[in-house]
Design a protein around this ligand. Structure first.
Ligand code: NAP
Ligand code: G4F
Length: 328
């Protein structure tokens, strides 16, 4: 019998990459979407899998919808990727962020505990939970949390409630603590995609600047397509455990900008970058770099795409997407 998986956040970045991987492994994939007047299938379309997913309606803020879904599908695996995932917006909408990212996870775990306790559960945890905390500028499963935004705080709750349901009720529930991962279908408000989209527009004569905030923040940027393999592997283990997933390399926003402009063949990148205080955060995470040795040892997972390749892939995709546009 084919395995079944329910993916929340199916219309975001990671949902489509994970769905594609599971479909290749012959899973039946259910994708949870909210109620929309106009759902946006662009990311599923980009990967060519829109018609292979069974879409089901539900909302992390609506407990009853999650109960009904778990009760009726009883999936083998649930990947909880849905979230208010933009750190910047979490300062503007802290309550909504917490309701979805923290309580939503509790609702899902309660649904599994009550109606389908054999279901394996993956929680999309994040390196943002480490915030200011590191040991010699590296973070692993033993690094304490020091969250720096309402988003990060909400994810710390989700992390611990997942651990608690594993320990208290014996659920197979795990946290993937993923560092930043990007792709051509990354949301446009995240800094990498904002940069590659901006570079492509400048190259094609559609724009003449990119407005950014803090250029000195460093992130461990990997490719989403690589990272979803780690999610899948975590749910195939004998024992439920939490894992840090990243590339082990940190680069600054400025390095990302420079690499993207250079790849597009545009000289003097500084001319096109405007620092805009609107994109500065009230409290920032200056440095994230993963030690994923545990994942390498137990899951056999290693990232394949390197930083430069990732930047190039994203610039190429944005150039291709925009090439027929004309300046308004
Ligand atoms: P994303 O592109 O922002 O996708 C998140 C999805 O969640 C969106 O499709 C969104 O739906 C959905 N969603 C938001 N609120 C919801 C609600 N109340 N009910 C149901 N669905 C809701 O995020 P991503 O980059 O794919 O990341 C996936 C997960 O990993 C997130 O939980 C994120 O916090 C976490 N994470 C991401 C990274 C990263 O670098 N990408 C790193 C660590 C952890 P709409 O389409 O309706 O907006
Ligand atoms: O691309 P970002 O918005 O990603 P951030 O805040 O690191 O969060 C992402 O990764 C987390 C994993 O570590 C996920 F949990 C989370 O859901 C999300 O996917 O910002 C990256 C850095 C920050 O330091 C930010 O201050 O870039 C800096 N930055 C500078 N100028 C900017 C901008 N970020 C954005 N979004 N827009 C700017 O103009």
């Amino acid at each position: 019998m084919a395995k079944t998986a329910l993916i929340t956040g199916i219309l975001g970045q990671d949902g489509p990459y994970l769905a594609k991987l599971l479909l290749e492994k012959d899973y039946k994939v259910y994708g949870m979407i909210r109620r929309y007047a106009y759902p946006n299938f662009a990311n599923l379309d980009y990967l060519g899998i829109t018609n292979n997913i069974e879409l089901v309606e539900g909302d992390l803020a609506d407990q009853s919808s999650l109960y009904n879904l778990i009760k009726s599908i009883r999936p083998d695996e649930v990947y909880n990727l849905a979230a208010q995932s933009f750190v910047g917006s979490s300062f503007e909408q802290p309550i909504f962020t917490t309701e979805v990212n923290s309580l939503g996870v509790l609702y899902l775990l309660e649904a599994i505990r009550n109606y389908s306790p054999k279901t394996r559960f993956y929680q999309a945890s994040t390196s943002e939970m480490f915030g200011l905390s590191h040991t010699n500028y590296i973070q692993d499963e033993n690094t304490p949390f020091y969250p720096r935004s309402p988003y990060a705080v909400s994810k710390v709750y989700a992390y611990w409630i997942t651990v608690n349901y594993r320990e208290a009720y014996g659920l197979f529930a795990v946290n993937g603590i993923l560092f930043n991962h990007e792709s051509p279908i990354r949301g446009i408000q995240f800094v990498t995609r904002k940069i590659t989209d901006g570079v492509a527009r400048i190259k094609l004569g559609l724009a003449d600047e990119i407005r950014l905030g803090n250029l000195s923040a460093k992130r461990d940027w990997g490719f989403a397509g690589d990272f979803v393999e780690a999610m899948y592997l975590m749910l195939q283990q004998e024992k439920p455990e939490d894992f840090v997933i990243g590339t082990g390399e940190a680069h600054s926003v400025e390095e990302f900008v420079k690499t993207a402009f250079e790849y597009a063949g545009i000289k003097d990148w500084k001319k096109y970058i405007k620092i805009d205080p609107r994109f500065m955060r009230p409290s920032e995470v200056p440095y994230l770099k993963a030690n994923s040795k545990k994942a390498e040892k137990i899951l056999g997972w290693k990232p394949k795409v390197k930083f430069e390749e990732l930047v190039q892939m994203m610039v190429d995709a944005d150039l291709a997407r925009l090439k027929n546009r004309t300046k308004k």
